[in-house]
Design a protein around this ligand. Structure first.
Ligand code: 0K2
Ligand code: SF4
Length: 316
């Protein structure tokens, strides 16, 4: 068996920052630390933090007054921030700056009187947060058929934004349809689909040709991981999205398979390595790492944690 190990894969700068933030918040304040939504959409990460005293909530009411609350990487609406304030919570924010960028674009367009078409997945944490910035000005579309159903009064100024973790190809098709229907539509100068999403998809596209089967590490509720699985399966290849080797069965593979392994932006490298070890044990696999693009992006911690992080680093 040959394993083709895709790079880049796994944790992005936003996820690294969010995970470090939760780690430091737990150390600084002690458990329980409440987290609004899963810190990232990964079962292994969520379970590990639960064991350390993190409590994941979907409503602010679940947090006792005065509790310490961290907003997840996917961002929150102003309404959630206000509810946290009203409950006198000590709130910290691990929203990825690239998600915040989309929030700021939404605010800017809404203030200028635009109607915003947000391309994204209904009910997704990030979409809920972004739409909350200007609920009266934002319309959500998921695909081209949604675009076909849009109707606006003559003279409506339009702009589009996207969720950060979409399929580049699917979003491109929706944008083409938007431009066909509304040639005057505005958009930000730079893509909202983030660098990490784009790079992980690019790697799968380039490397899938040489594989018989593709294993994407990530959880089922991780949008960017699902998009990698879809891309992997596009040419009729066998492709699966799994949390780790516990989800694999020996009869899914054979000795001469070429297995492409990648991981979504929220999947830890430890689950990638555990999967490789499992394949090595069962199929005597060798590993060939293929670097498609270098990444060196880093995001700063939330301001409220920086001094503590420096103290922790100095004490080591
Ligand atoms: O891909 P998703 O947006 O569902 O989120 P995760 O799987 O948690 O990946 C990290 C990205 C978070 C923000 O964009
Ligand atoms: Fe930020 Fe992109 Fe990572 Fe989401 S996937 S946390 S937008 S870098």
């Amino acid at each position: 068996m040959k394993i083709i190990l895709a790079a880049p894969r796994g944790f992005c700068a936003g996820v690294n920052m969010a995970i470090d933030s939760l780690d430091l918040t737990l150390k600084k304040f002690g458990p329980p630390i409440y987290v609004y939504h899963e810190i990232v959409h990964n079962q292994f990460v969520v379970k590990t933090f639960r064991e350390k005293g993190a409590v994941f909530v979907d409503t602010i009411d679940e947090v006792p007054e005065g509790g310490v609350l961290l907003f997840s990487a996917h961002g929150v609406s102003p309404e959630v921030r206000k509810a946290a304030q009203a409950r006198k919570l000590h709130a910290l924010d691990a929203t990825c700056p690239l998600v915040t960028k989309v929030h700021l674009e939404a605010i800017k367009y809404a203030k200028a009187g635009y109607t915003i078409i947000l391309i994204g997945h209904e009910g997704h944490d990030e979409v809920l947060g972004t739409m909350g910035e200007a609920p009266e000005a934002i319309v959500l579309v998921e695909d081209e058929s949604d675009v076909d159903r849009l109707e606006f009064a003559p003279g409506t100024q339009l702009a589009y934004l996207t969720q950060t973790t979409l399929s580049v190809d699917d979003a491109g098709r929706v944008i083409r349809r938007l431009r066909e229907r509304f040639p005057e539509i505005h958009s930000p100068p730079k893509d909202d689909i983030c660098y990490a999403t784009q790079n992980r998809q690019e790697a799968v596209k380039l490397l899938r040709e040489d594989a018989d089967i593709i294993v994407v590490l990530g959880s089922q509720n991780s949008s960017n991981s699902q998009r990698l699985r879809e891309l992997a399966a596009e040419q009729g290849k066998r492709a699966m999205l799994v949390d780790g080797p516990q989800d694999l069965a020996v009869d899914q593979f054979s000795d001469d398979d070429r297995v492409l392994i990648t991981a979504g932006a929220s999947a830890p490298e430890s689950v990638v390595q555990a999967t490789i070890d499992w394949l090595k044990e069962n199929f005597d696999a060798s590993v060939d790492t293929q670097v498609v693009r270098e990444e060196d992006v880093q995001f700063p911690l939330p301001k409220a944690l920086r001094a503590f992080a420096a103290e922790q680093a100095a004490a080591k």
